[in-house]
Design a protein around this ligand. Structure first.
Ligand code: PMV
Length: 303
C-alpha cells in the first residue's frame, strides 16, 4: 500500500495565454490531495474518491498507467482532499498527479518527475480537451514556477523569497472548460484582438518574473493589476471578481487579480504585511470569503 500527495495550485500570472503557448507563473499551495493505492485480489478495480467529486481523473490515470505499463492486477484507490474542489485550486490536476505518483511507487517503476508530469498531462488533456499543463507542473514540482508549453515544455523554478498571497473566494465555482471554450471562440472570431491581449500578458509575465526574482513585490503587484485588466478585456472576469480586486486595492494591496480561468473561483492579492488584515476585511466586506493559503515548495511526494 502506498500513499502519495500532491499540492493544489494558484495561477499567479498568465492564465489563458498559457494555453496558446505563452508563458505563465503558477504556484503550488499548502492544500494537498492524498491518494492511497493498493493491489487487491478482486476482479475489478475499486475507486473511492472522497473529497473529489469528479472521479474521471483518478479512473483515467489508473487506466492509462495500467495500459502503459502492462499491469493486470486489480487496484483499490482511495483519495482524501484538504480542500474543496469548488474553489479552483486545481484538484483535478493534483489528484491525477498523486494517482500516477502513487502507482509509480506501488509498482516501483522509478519514474522521474518529468515522466510523472508527462503521464499526468496526457490524462488531464484527454479529459479536458484543452489544457496548458501549468497546474500539472505545479502539482508535480511544487514551488513557484515559470511555465511554458511549446514544442518543448519549460518549467523553471523561481527563487523569489516568501510571498504572502491573500486569497478571496467569490462563492461561485467556475467551469474552466466552458470558459476556455469561450476564449477559443473569441480567438477564432477576433484573432488579432485576442493575440494582442496574449502578447501583452506574456510581456507582463516576463516583467513579473524579473520583479519576483529581484524581490520587487510592489512592482510585481502592478503586473498583477495589468494582468487582471487584460483578463477583464478578454471577457473572463465577473462583477464579483472585479469588486473583490477593487476592494483589495482600495485597502492598500499592491496588486490583485483573478486567478485561474475566471468566471468565478478566486482572486489573489499581495500587499504589505501591515495592511493584510485591512485587505482581508475589505474583501469580506464585499462578500468574498478569505481562504488561508500559503505557497508550498513541496511537489508530489510519498507519505
Ligand atoms: O480555472 P483553473 O484554475 O483550472 O485555471 C485554468 C487556467 C487556464 O489557463 C485558463 C487553462 C489552463 O489549462 O492553463
Amino acid at each position: 500500500m502506498v500513499t502519495t500527495s500532491a499540492p493544489g495550485k494558484l495561477f499567479i500570472l498568465g492564465e489563458h495565454a498559457v494555453v496558446y503557448g505563452y508563458p505563465a507563473i503558477v504556484a503550488a499551495i499548502n492544500k494537498r490531495i492524498f491518494v492511497t493505492t493498493r493491489i487487491v485480489i478482486k476482479n475489478s478495480d475499486e475507486i473511492n474518491t472522497l473529497g473529489v467529486s469528479d472521479n474521471r481523473f483518478v479512473r483515467q490515470a489508473l487506466l492509462y498507467f495500467k495500459k502503459t505499463f502492462q499491469i493486470h492486477e486489480s487496484i483499490a484507490i482511495t483519495t482524501r482532499s484538504a480542500f474543496s474542489d469548488t474553489v479552483g485550486f486545481g484538484s483535478s490536476s493534483a489528484v491525477t498527479v498523486a494517482t500516477i505518483a502513487s502507482l509509480n511507487a506501488l509498482f516501483q517503476r522509478k519514474l522521474s518527475n518529468n515522466d510523472i508530469f508527462n503521464l499526468s498531462y496526457d490524462v488531464v488533456k484527454n479529459i479536458q480537451g484543452v489544457a496548458s499543463g501549468a497546474d500539472v507542473a505545479a502539482s508535480v514540482y511544487g514551488g513557484i514556477t515559470y511555465y511554458q508549453k511549446k514544442e518543448k515544455t519549460v518549467v523553471k523554478k523561481i527563487e523569489c523569497g516568501k510571498i504572502h498571497l491573500i486569497v478571496g473566494y467569490s462563492g461561485v465555482k467556475a467551469d474552466t472548460v466552458t470558459i476556455i471554450k469561450k476564449v477559443v471562440n473569441l480567438y477564432e472570431g477576433k484573432k488579432a484582438f485576442v493575440e494582442n491581449i496574449f502578447v501583452d500578458i506574456s510581456l507582463l509575465v516576463e516583467k513579473g518574473l524579473h520583479h519576483l526574482e529581484h524581490k520587487e513585490y510592489e512592482q510585481f503587484g502592478t503586473c498583477m493589476n495589468k494582468n487582471h485588466a487584460l483578463l477583464h478585456k478578454l471577457g473572463v472576469s465577473t462583477l464579483m471578481l472585479d469588486t473583490m480586486v477593487k476592494a483589495a486595492l482600495d485597502a492598500g494591496a499592491w496588486g490583485a487579480k483573478l486567478s485561474g480561468a475566471g468566471g468565478g473561483d478566486c482572486i489573489i492579492a499581495i500587499g504589505p504585511q501591515s495592511k493584510k488584515q485591512k485587505i482581508e476585511e475589505a474583501i469580506e466586506h464585499v462578500g468574498g470569503e478569505i481562504i488561508d493559503v500559503s505557497i508550498s515548495l513541496e511537489g508530489t511526494k510519498i507519505i
